[in-house]
Design a protein around this ligand. Structure first.
Ligand SMILES: C[S@@+](CC[C@H](N)C(=O)[O-])C[C@H]1O[C@@H](n2cnc3c(N)ncnc32)[C@H](O)[C@@H]1O
Length: 271
């Protein structure tokens, strides 16, 4: 009997793992939003961990080696005190996502070369820059008043000499109808976002945009800071109505860039 039970457990575990979209490794399927939150907070204990292991908010720039290049991303620490302004400095989830992409490409689990990528809420732009260095043709997006710093960081870090792909910056406000440039001639192969699930008020607009950007060949990677369980649960609950959501385990991240305050999800539209 015991043997049968453990086989049942193994089967249940295996059934909950699957590959999603263009990411070549099986991930754990998120079955239920509230259960996922319980699990994440219990296993990772985010509140007891140090915030921002890889970034410093008081610093004027973030320096990071990625894809064989020294990246230098300008930050605007003084803007952090301006009400409503986010994205003026980097958070750990951006570093985790950027280095995850590099690691996944280097280990053959992901191909970005020649793929069309849209990054949402790019902020200072690290993730989109790394995707371009890895060969993708990236549109980095944000609200209109964030675009100048974003453009400066893209110009400083991605050029024809060092990038295998390309990067450009464009305005994209979540919840607005999308311009054709994002979805024509077909939806992008990848959508990226780091620390974009942080306000309950923005969740529905973010999901509207994810829905509009996603075709049947679109793979979405979202890295989130584990700061607010209610907001993440709200996001997952609504997202799971239309998307299959997978949790990418830390064993698949870049080994030097893991943080228990960050979670990484992959989403594909349900067929
Ligand atoms: C917490 S920051 C994260 C920035 C960056 N991805 C990172 O990891 O450092 C959230 C980003 O989402 C952008 N954002 C917030 N609401 C938005 C909206 N309604 N439409 C488009 N971008 C938005 C902000 O301007 C900001 O750049």
């Amino acid at each position: 009997m015991e043997g049968m039970e453990s086989r049942d457990d193994e089967e249940a575990e295996a059934a909950a793992m699957r590959t999603m979209g263009s990411y070549g490794v099986a991930v754990r399927v998120v079955e239920e939003a509230a259960e996922e939150i319980l699990l994440l907070w219990a296993i990772q204990q985010p509140a007891s961990r140090r915030q921002n292991e890889f970034v410093r908010h008081s610093s004027l720039s973030l320096r990071l080696d990625a894809c064989g290049h020294h990246l230098s991303i300008l930050q605007s620490p003084s803007s952090m005190s301006t009400p409503g302004v986010t994205g003026a400095v980097m958070w750990d989830s951006g570093v985790v996502l950027g280095k995850f992409l590099e690691h996944a490409v280097d280990s053959g689990r992901l191909v970005l070369q020649g793929k069309r990528v849209v990054e949402l809420g790019s902020g200072c732009g690290l993730v989109g820059c790394i995707a371009a260095l890895l060969g993708a043709d990236v549109i980095l997006t944000d609200l209109p008043d964030r675009l100048r710093l974003l453009k400066k960081n893209v110009e400083d870090n991605v050029d024809e000499g060092n990038a295998r792909g390309s990067a450009r910056v464009s305005e994209l406000t979540w919840g607005d109808e999308l311009d054709a440039e994002f979805i024509e001639p077909s939806p992008p192969e990848f959508v990226l976002g780091s620390d974009v699930i942080y306000s309950e008020g923005a969740v529905k607009d973010l999901l509207f945009t994810l829905r509009q950007l996603s075709g049947c060949h679109t793979t979405i990677f979202l890295a989130g800071e584990l700061r607010n369980d209610a907001v993440l649960e709200f996001f997952l609950e609504i997202a799971m109505e239309e998307f299959l959501v997978g949790h990418v385990d830390q064993t698949q991240w870049h080994p030097d860039y893991c943080s228990n305050r960050v979670a990484l999800f992959v989403l594909v539209k349900k067929s």
